[in-house]
Ligand binder design. Structure first.
Ligand SMILES: [Cu+2]
Length: 152
């Protein structure tokens, strides 16, 4: 290839290279922003529960907050199959806690300081009675366990 032809060939490709570069940059920006914005607004929530943690008399337990479960120790959470459930855990005793429902692959983040809270959302995809409990070592045995009932 003679030098002049090579130069021409490069000039012809330049706009495409710029276009590709621009597309790559846009793509990078989009993927950098999207994952943080998406999860919270993914699906409509049908039913919501709040549980706070508590410790008394050497026992640990969850206490319902608001609605029909208000003030109930380790309340039974009743939902209908197919519902989207939002479960909020509020730390009210300053010990580390979380809430899990193994059968439905639900596992919240740990909340360690008093006043901290965490929220998990999941689909009630199977009917049945499933234990929700705190997975911190010894807490389930100390009383942090209740039932999630999914009616089909
Ligand atoms: Cu706990």
């Amino acid at each position: 290839m003679r030098p002049q032809r090579a130069l021409w060939a490069m000039r012809a490709r330049l706009p495409w290279l710029l276009l590709l570069l621009a597309a790559a940059l846009l793509g990078a920006c989009a993927t950098a922003v999207a994952p943080q914005a998406a999860p919270q607004e993914a699906a409509t929530v049908d039913v919501e529960f709040t549980l706070r943690t508590n410790a008394a008399g050497g026992r640990l337990f969850f206490v319902g907050v608001g609605g029909a479960i208000d003030g109930v120790v380790n309340p039974t959470l009743e939902v209908t199959m197919g519902q989207r459930v939002r479960l909020t855990l509020v730390n009210d005793d300053g010990m580390p806690h979380d809430v899990v429902v193994r059968e439905l692959n639900v596992a919240s983040r740990q909340v360690s300081s008093r006043g901290a809270s965490t929220t998990v959302e999941f689909d009630a995809s199977m009917s049945g009675s499933f234990a929700y409990w705190c997975s911190i070592s010894g807490h389930r045995q100390a009383g942090m366990e209740g039932l999630l009932v999914v009616t089909g």
